[in-house]
Design a protein around this ligand. Structure first.
Ligand SMILES: [Zn+2]
Length: 73
């Protein structure tokens, strides 16, 4: 059963890489359209259906500026 554990770790590592890559990509365009301040990007991953959800919120206005779902296959 050791093999199964290794595979799980690989999967997690792979997903973390995806998240980081994605983060650096969205950093370019993540300013608030209302107050022009830096948005906070939150990435949530749902392992069960291979989806990444990206939420961009403005810490000043408290608005959810963008929600995106990404399927990863
Ligand atoms: Zn704002």
């Amino acid at each position: 059963m050791k093999r199964t554990k290794w595979n799980d770790q690989d999967l997690v590592a792979q997903q973390e890489t995806e998240v980081h890559r994605h983060k650096s990509f969205v950093d370019v365009q993540n300013t608030c359209p209302l107050c022009n301040s830096q948005l906070t990007i939150r990435i949530e991953s749902y392992l069960e259906n291979y989806t990444l959800r990206e939420e961009a919120t403005c810490p000043k206005c408290q608005v959810l500026a963008r929600v995106k779902d990404h399927k990863m296959h």
